[in-house]
Design a protein around this ligand. Sequence first.
Ligand code: CDT
Length: 315
Amino acid sequence: SRIITVAAAQLGPIQKTEPRSSAVARMIRLLERAHRRGVELVVFPELALTTFFPRHYHADIAEADHWFETAMPSAETAPLFEAARRYGIGFHLGYAELTREADETGIVRTRRFNTAILVGPEGDILLKYRKVHLPGHAEYEPRRTVQHLEKRYFEVGNLGFPVIRAPMGTLDGLNLGMLICNDRRWPEAWRVLGLQSVELVALGYNTPSLNMEGGGFEAHHLRVFHSHLSIQAGCYQNACFAVATAKAGVEDGAELFGHSIIVNPHGEIIAMAASWDDELITADCDLDMCRLGRTTIFAFDRHRRPETYRRIVDQ
Ligand code: CDT
């Protein structure tokens, strides 16, 4: 069997005024706890270094640039990389990325993405992913009490859904992929990872308890249920594990529902956070469990019928 010990390092709220140095110190404390428990891979939330700033409107987008990272690691995040290297722990980290880069027309310009990286146990960045499914809206919406301006601050990710074979812990290689928050609700995203034989999906999220999209009438328990349902279905239908890590609690007066989970290829929740605070949940994942689904009911090469799926990409 190929066993890896993983952790979801849930973060409690990060208030608007909390500096990155404080968020990083909290993450290092979780890494220390992970080390004591023999963890080999830690997954931190989406936009883990700051408050979930897309709830704050700036008429001039550049005024929000202080929420973004222009280097990774930076002076402020380097201690996290050093701690992880000291313990030989790999990690997934979500952050807002500000870069100067050519767009699809070849013009070099300032670009902003909702990004996650996978860092190996030696502290090197192995893989980068930029969020594809950006929820929310681009303009200020007065009827909302809480804004969700991801469509204002971020471009759609342009790196696809990559999977890497990476050494982690005692394993010389496992197939790792990433999703970010709203991506977890889209079966197409999971399937693109599944088609690359992903064994473990690392994903971070910041999900408000109140869905203001349709007037805010979705019940709290359904918000959590739909999050778990999406992750459990993604794991079952693609025969993989997922470590899904929330930012939780009341942040700048807005509630994020937490409920971080680790899920196995049967779609079962094998660990779940119970607080709205900084909390480490762990699980031993036997990656050989991925084989059952992959060689039977979800043996893609034998049972998929892509010739009938045209509409999915054409529409
Ligand atoms: N961060 C993020 O993607 N959150 C969304 C909120 C949806 S309600 C606008 C999510 O899907 O969890």
